[in-house]
Design a protein around this ligand. Structure first.
Ligand code: ADP
Ligand code: MG
Length: 725
């Protein structure tokens, strides 16, 4: 019986678990605590001298360069504020290329000459740090002899207090760069790409007659999906614990249609968790709105209000940390893996984005006047052009070993990057393509010319859940990013490819106008040209249909099914030229990103393969053999007393055990033959050798799960993990 003990103990622990109640005073309204732990604009206004405040606001709100002379004053005000909030330490927070968040903590206190401790925090400590951090991946950008990395204050993302029962920490969002100034993180390129996009957007806005437009920024709102399971189950599943997903587990008899169970199964415990999480997020100034998802059992979603993409990216990281931390307090584990459970829906992170500024508002919002709409269509056309030209890069920006389990299955968008515009907008573009007779679908006929574009509704109403890139009325939604991912990568790509498209548009308009064309005609020509050349990327039908795969191929759209198909997009001549032209990545940086992504891919699959082997040998096989012995003993004792023994079950179990052993042998030899000659070869072997071998082991094991006596089965089952919360 000992083999099954862990599982049975876990079930008991879950049944007896008492969720914490009244964790926080119910009287505390969210409005009271919002931003409580943030060095907000209001706090700065109160604590900083007026000129310093104004200078800092110009950087934060209008993208003006940071004046270094403000650092000392800001540092001192920040320290006083933080210490009043109980902070004893400060940390430069940065975002290495592992999709995680890193912090280096230092004490405010330094020994004084008289032996006492004095609180010190100067401008230079605020603006620059030197964490050793040499173990973070750098893709060859840091040779060991120059293994230094520097962190630098990002004034545009607010500092905050991280609470801990043992003392609070002032957290300062920073970039992380090498000694040579090359990016080792996700934030640096996001800031660079933002700047590149803003510059080109400004050119377009000026052509539209806005003389002094405020800096354009990209906004992002990410919908985070996640699973919750009880921690007792989590700890008795080495696969979940070490790789984030179940490497074994038979599909439960009811499959995907557990929807009915789902609502019944949402206990107060999960609601309590959500409220607690929301409260923590509010304190950190993260505008969260929670709700649950109906798709898979145990799966939920949290979508914060959109913010500037740089702040949204930082907040998204903090949100993931918070979701995990609060879950533990509630005896649960929060899983961000894209496919923790086979056979039921996985988790994504839809990234909604728009462009805008304080003078023009949202540039992806259809306006009230034809002039506004012409501008709106130009920005939409920029999106169409860039997604068509650089679909492969968008695909590469979401490529990972874990997201491969989700993309292309009938739950996530297909790996083909296309755009959904909705009927109304698609119709307008179709007419532009035909020469500019612009009528709105329901309204009557209108004259040719941009001035007479129809008034477009702000919400076209129709939705298409199968499209990877969908217009949703006032923004685009990129649905391919995975739940584990930082949103910085996708946003860097979006900003950069938009910079290129807006650059193209501004340059074309300039040329046409200086060639004597009047403005409306020039806009018409550019729009027509874009939709004719790039309209192939627009697809308004079912992206899950098999016919789409065929049609997309005919349209020449790439279908990069796996990470290994997608990653080479990062180092094509065209991609490298694009990123270096807009100052986002130099060639070395592009190569380093490619190498790190490849390394991460190999690492993820190598760990899973080793775990599969170990669990099969030490957990699954022993349980199966125990049951086999029990059956064999039964058969022989029956025979001994002359009873006819039925050996069907024994034969079936023995046959599957033989399959399992064969699978184990193959997996072991694949692991032994890991080709480490080059990263590419190694990765290819992971995909072609390890993954299929793991599947074979799993398949035999999952069959055994349906045969072996329940009291002997060692691993918590899908049914248990997904339903007993
Ligand atoms: P749905 O389920 O319809 O996709 P949700 O309400 O779950 O919508 O999520 C919408 C997300 O889009 C939220 O994070 C929201 O803040 C974000 N969003 C809304 N408007 C914009 C915008 N103009 N720019 C960027 N993100 C936006
Ligand atoms: Mg959505």
């Amino acid at each position: 019986m000992s083999g099954s003990k862990a599982r049975l103990d876990a079930i008991d622990a879950v049944k007896n678990y008492e969720a914490p109640t009244s964790i926080f005073p119910p009287a505390e309204a969210p409005g009271e605590i919002f931003g409580e732990n943030v060095f907000t604009k209001a706090v700065m206004q109160k604590r900083l001298p007026k000129p310093v405040f104004k200078s800092l606001m110009a950087t934060i709100e209008h993208s003006k360069p940071l004046d270094p002379s403000v650092a000392d004053v800001v540092a001192s005000a920040m320290k006083d504020w933080a210490m009043e909030k109980g902070a004893t330490h400060y940390a430069h927070v940065f975002y290495p290329l592992t999709h995680l968040t890193a912090e280096k903590h230092d004490s405010f206190f330094e020994p004084g000459s008289d032996g006492s401790a004095i609180a010190e925090f100067q401008g230079k400590t605020l603006t620059q740090g030197e964490p050793d951090a040499s173990s973070f991946p750098n893709g060859g950008l840091r040779a060991t002899f120059e293994a230094r990395g520097y962190t630098g204050w990002d004034a545009t993302s607010p500092a905050y207090i991280l609470e801990n029962p043992n003392g609070n920490t002032l957290c300062i969002p920073t970039v992380f760069i090498s000694m040579t100034g090359e990016a080792l993180d996700n934030k640096t390129p996001l800031l660079r790409s933002q700047q590149a996009m803003a510059k080109q957007a400004e050119r377009v806005l000026k052509l539209f007659g806005h003389e002094n437009p405020d800096a354009v920024v990209s906004f992002a709102g990410a919908e985070q999906e996640y699973f919750l399971i009880d921690r007792s189950f989590f700890f008795s599943r080495p696969d979940l614990l070490n790789s984030g997903r179940t490497l074994f587990g038979a599909k439960p008899p009811k499959g995907q249609e557990f929807d009915d169970h789902y609502f019944g199964a949402i206990p107060d415990r999960v609601l309590g968790y959500m409220m607690d999480t929301e409260r923590e997020l509010f304190k950190l100034g993260i505008p969260a709105k929670t709700r649950h998802n109906e798709v898979a059992p145990g799966q939920f979603e949290l979508a914060p209000m959109f913010e500037r993409s740089n702040v949204a990216a930082d907040h998204q990281q903090l949100l993931m940390t918070t979701l995990k931390k609060v879950a533990q307090k509630h005896g649960m584990e929060c899983l961000f893996h894209e496919k923790p459970f086979a056979g039921i829906n996985g988790s994504g992170k839809h990234v909604n984005f728009s462009l805008g500024n304080s003078t023009e508002g949202n540039l992806l919002l259809p306006g009230d006047t034809p002039h506004d709409n012409a501008q709106f269509l130009v920005f939409c056309a920029a999106v169409i052009r860039s997604v068509h030209k650089y679909g492969g890069l968008l695909r590469a920006s979401v490529a990972s070993a874990t997201n491969d389990h989700r993309l292309g299955a009938n739950e996530a968008p297909p790996a083909i990057i296309s755009i959904f515009l909705g009927d109304q907008l698609a119709d307008v573009f179709a007419q532009i393509a035909e020469g500019g007779a612009t009528t709105s679908k329901e309204k009557g006929h209108l004259e040719i010319g941009v001035d007479t574009l129809p008034v477009l509704p702000t919400d076209p109403g129709d939705r298409n859940r199968t499209s990877p890139f969908a217009f949703t009325g006032n923004r685009f939604e990129f649905r391919a990013p995975g739940s584990l991912q930082s949103i910085a990568g996708p946003m860097v790509t979006i900003n950069t490819i938009l910079a290129e498209a807006l650059d193209h548009i501004a340059t074309e308009l300039d040329a046409l106008i200086s060639g004597g064309a009047e403005f409306n005609g020039a806009v018409q020509t550019v729009l027509q040209d874009i939709i004719t050349t790039h309209g192939k990327v627009v697809f308004n039908d079912d992206g899950y249909a098999d016919e789409w795969q065929v049609e997309a191929a005919e349209r020449g759209l790439p279908n990069l099914r796996t990470t290994l198909d997608a990653l080479p997009e990062l180092i094509t001549e065209e991609s490298m030229a694009l990123f270096s032209r807009y100052g986002v990545f130099n060639h070395r940086e592009m190569h380093s990103r490619y190498e790190i992504a490849l390394e991460q891919y190999i690492l993820a699959i190598d760990v899973e393969a080793a775990l599969t082997l170990e669990m099969a040998n030490t957990i699954i096989l022993p349980a199966a053999v125990r049951y086999q012995t029990e059956l064999a003993t039964n058969v022989s004792s029956l025979k001994a007393v002359g009873v006819d023994a039925d050996t069907t079950t024994l034969d079936e179990v023995s046959g599957t055990i033989a399959e399992l052993r064969a699978g184990i042998a193959t997996l072991r030899s694949e692991i032994d033959h890991d080709d480490v000659e080059s990263a590419e070869k190694h990765a290819e072997h992971a995909q072609e050798g390890l993954l299929p071998a793991m599947d074979a082991v799993r398949s035999a094991s999952d069959t055994l799960e349906t045969l072996v006596a329940d009291d002997l089965w060692p691993l918590p089952t899908y049914q248990e993990m997904l339903f007993i919360l």
